[in-house]
Design a protein around this ligand. Structure first.
Ligand code: NAP
Length: 307
């Protein structure tokens, strides 16, 4: 290892990892993504580390898909505590783990790696982070909700599994590629075999992302969740139009941009309650901290640091 630098960089690369110049306190945690520049995780995790007097730092790493294997090999050798994975690595990193936990296997995606004795353990905290976020925003538990998820990718899979595990009243999955929604629903079928029947509609359903199908469902739904990236970029449309939303519905957009997303705006326009994904981000990060350090995360310190 070379001489220590005084100040950490905003974003590190694979080549930085290969020619490592550590800083004070040393970097032993981070987030791998592409893009990663706008990740809020360093703010939140560094505040937690400082508060808990843990003498290390958390950094951003711009790692492209073809660099992931090398980057993960390096953090194993450098005895990092662990890393978070974000777009586009959550699925690709699965095959690089030594021990994925049950949740990771079922979701098919990993967002937290812990390095332990040179081995890589994988976890997925998105589902539990989502459940805590919903409870915080709307003061309600998933088990009491009829949920519609827009999307069937990594985030949607984690959220759908969480809803299933918590025995939500209904789960409707809708996705641009209908087959993926159908496949996800099929995988969760066992969770919904119970007798919690509410009127004429099925407890578990995959539907096409079409206006008529969504319009029919919305009267039997309490919570609409956006788990697509629509809303990340300026000019994106809402994943479903405002005219489909109604005042009785709660809307949770997993996107956490500073500005209102088109879906959150649509919900407010329709008189519905709405929240963005900051609370999910906070809680998935707090759960990651607890996995790494086996101690309670200082939630309020982390929340303040994100604002
Ligand atoms: P992903 O695996 O790539 O899945 C994306 C999903 O969105 C797929 O179902 C895809 O449908 C759908 N989709 C993509 N573009 C679309 C479009 N133009 N119109 C309609 N549907 C579209 O991504 P992910 O990892 O699940 O992440 C999704 C979003 O969740 C991210 O943008 C991120 O902001 C958010 N997220 C937030 C948190 C948090 O802590 N708040 C955590 C994780 C993720 P197809 O199957 O048809 O391709």
């Amino acid at each position: 290892m070379k001489k220590k630098r005084a100040v950490a960089k905003e974003v590190y690369s694979l080549s930085d990892l290969q020619n490592w110049h550590d800083v004070v306190p040393p970097i032993r945690l981070g987030v791998f993504g592409d893009p990663v520049e706008h990740s809020l995780s360093p703010q939140m995790q560094n505040a937690a580390l400082k508060h808990c007097k843990i003498d290390m730092q958390y950094a951003r790493f711009h790692i492209s898909p073809n660099e992931l294997r090398d980057a993960i090999d390096l953090i194993r050798k450098m005895e990092f505590v662990g890393v978070n994975l974000t777009i586009p690595h959550k699925v690709a990193a699965l095959k690089l783990l030594d021990t994925p936990d049950e949740n990771v296997k079922r979701v098919g995606a990993v967002n937290v790696i812990k390095v332990e004795g040179g081995k890589l353990r994988g976890f997925n905290t998105d589902g539990r982070g989502f459940a805590r976020g919903v409870r915080e925003e709307f003061s309600v538990d998933l088990r009491d909700l009829r949920v519609m998820i827009l999307g069937a990718g990594g985030a949607a899979r984690a959220i759908a599994l969480q809803c299933a595990k918590e025995n939500c009243e209904r789960l409707v999955i809708t996705n641009r590629s209908f087959e993926k929604a159908q496949k996800l629903a099929d995988e969760l079928r066992d969770f919904f075999a119970g007798p919690k029947v509410l009127g004429p509609v099925a407890r578990l359903q995959a539907i096409s992302l079409e206006e008529a199908a969504i319009r029919f469902q919305i009267g039997h739904i309490d919570l609409v969740v956006n788990a697509t990236p629509l809303g990340l970029n300026r000019g994106d449309p809402s994943p479903i139009p405002a005219r489909l939303l109604a005042p009785h519905v709660m809307v949770y957009d997993t996107i956490y941009s500073a500005e209102r997303t088109p879906l959150v705006s649509a919900a407010i326009e329709a008189g519905a309650r709405a929240a963005n994904g900051l609370s999910m981000l906070l809680h998935q990060g707090a759960l990651a901290f607890e996995i790494w350090f086996q101690r309670e995360a200082p939630i309020e310190v982390m929340r303040t640091a994100m604002l």
